[in-house]
Design a binder for this molecule. Structure first.
Ligand code: PLP
Length: 337
C-alpha cells in the first residue's frame, strides 16, 4: 500500500480493503458478508436504478489521542436510515445489523483510520438499495445493505474557514411534504444543478428557502443551518429539511454551555440579525459562513471573515468529544476494539 498523506486528504472516495454487505431476501436479512470488491452485481431492473429506492448515511470514526477509535452516535444513523427506508418503502435495517456492520467495517479497515494529529477521520458510508427487479412502480422484494469506508480530510477545502452561501429562489431541494426529511439520493440529484450554479459563481453551497413560500430558511444543501444571536442558538423548523445528527448534538452542547436553543421558522430577513451563522453536518462538523448573497434581491449579509467565537467553541467541544479529549457525558461515542 502506498503511504497515505493524512494531512492532505480531501473529502472524496478512495479504496480501502474491505466492505460489508447483507442481502434482504425472502423477507429477511442475511448474514453480514465481507467483500474486497468495489463492485455490486445487480439486476438491470433493480428499483434503486429506476425508481430511486435508495438511502444512504454518513458517519465517522476518529482516532483518539488515547489511541482508541471512536464512532459518533451510530445508533442515530441507524434510526435515521430506518426512517429513510420507511419513507421510500424499503426493508428496514435493524439497529443490531446496522451497528454490527459499522463496527465490522471499521475493524476490517483499521489501518485507514487517520492518526489523531492529522485532524482527518474515517468516513463511514452505509448504503441501502432496492436490488429486486421491478418494472411496474412498486417496491422491490430484495435489498442490499452495505457499508464502505474511506479516510477523509475536511469537507470544505477551506477547512474551518468561513465560506459564502447563495440564495436562489428558482431552485427547490425538496417539496414541503416530500422527501426532504429523509436521506435519499433523489434529494441530492434534485440539488445538483443548483449546487453547480452556486459553485460556478464562487459559493460553497446554496442556502435553500422553504419551497412553499420562499420566506423561511431551510438548509444549506447537504448541511443544516444555524444562527447565533446573542446567547441563542437558532435553527430552522421545517418539514423539508433533514434532521442532522450534528445539529442535534450542537443543540445539546449549546444548552450545556448555557445558551438558549430555538427551533423555529427563520424568516430570510432575520439573516441580518445573527452575530454568526454556520452550516453543520458530519462531513464538516461546522462550516462557518462569512457571507450570504441573496441573488434575487442582490442583497448581502456579512458575518466577518474569521469564524465566530461561539461557532469555534461549539466546534471544539464537539470535536473534543469525537476524539476523546473532552468528556462524553451522553455516551455519544462507541469505542471500536
Ligand atoms: C446528511 C445531511 C445533513 C447532515 O446530517 P448529519 O447527521 O449531521 O451528518 C444535512 N442535510 C442533509 C440534506 C443531509 O443529507
Amino acid at each position: 500500500m502506498e503511504a497515505i498523506d493524512w494531512k492532505n486528504l480531501s473529502f472524496g472516495y478512495s479504496k480501502t480493503d474491505y466492505n460489508v454487505r447483507s442481502w434482504y431476501r425472502n423477507g429477511k436479512w442475511g448474514e453480514l458478508e465481507i467483500s474486497d470488491s468495489e463492485v455490486i452485481n445487480m439486476h438491470m431492473a433493480a428499483t434503486s436504478l429506476h425508481y430511486g429506492q435508495e438511502s444512504f448515511e454518513g458517519l465517522k470514526a476518529f482516532m483518539g489521542k488515547d489511541g482508541k477509535i471512536r464512532v459518533f452516535r451510530m445508533i442515530e444513523n441507524a434510526r435515521r436510515m430506518q426512517r429513510s427506508a420507511a419513507g421510500v418503502m424499503m426493508a428496514e435495517v435493524p439497529d443490531s445489523l446496522f451497528m454490527e456492520a459499522v463496527i465490522k467495517a471499521v475493524q476490517l479497515n483499521k489501518k485507514f483510520v487517520p492518526p489523531f494529529e492529522s485532524g482527518a477521520s474515517l468516513y463511514i458510508r452505509p448504503l441501502l438499495i432496492g436490488t429486486g427487479a421491478q418494472i411496474g412502480v412498486k417496491p422491490a422484494d430484495e435489498y442490499l445493505f452495505m457499508i464502505f469506508v474511506m479516510p477523509v480530510g475536511p469537507y470544505f477545502k477551506e477547512g474551518f474557514k468561513p465560506t459564502d452561501l447563495v440564495i436562489y429562489r428558482q431552485y427547490d431541494r425538496a417539496a414541503p411534504l416530500g422527501t426532504g426529511t429523509i436521506k435519499v439520493g433523489g434529494n441530492y440529484a434534485a440539488s445538483l444543478v443548483a449546487g453547480q450554479h452556486a459553485h460556478d459563481n464562487g459559493f460553497s453551497a446554496v442556502l435553500y428557502l422553504d419551497a412553499r413560500e420562499k420566506k423561511y430558511l431551510d438548509e444549506c444543501g447537504p448541511a443544516n443551518f444555524f444562527g447565533i444571536k446573542k446567547n441563542k442558538y437558532i435553527t430552522p423548523k421545517s418539514s423539508s429539511i433533514l434532521p442532522s445528527i450534528t445539529n442535534m448534538s450542537l443543540r445539546q452542547i449549546a444548552e450545556d454551555m448555557g445558551m438558549e436553543v430555538e427551533v423555529r421558522p427563520i424568516p430570510v430577513e432575520e439573516l441580518s440579525e445573527f452575530d454568526e451563522i454556520g452550516a453543520c453536518g458530519t462531513a464538516a462538523v461546522i462550516s462557518p459562513i462569512k457571507r450570504v448573497y441573496d441573488a434575487d434581491l442582490d442583497k448581502e449579509y456579512l458575518y466577518g471573515s474569521e469564524p465566530g467565537k461561539i461557532s469555534v467553541q461549539l466546534y471544539e467541544k464537539l470535536r473534543g468529544i469525537q476524539y476523546g479529549t473532552e468528556p462524553d457525558p451522553y455516551g455519544w461515542t462507541d469505542i471500536i476494539e
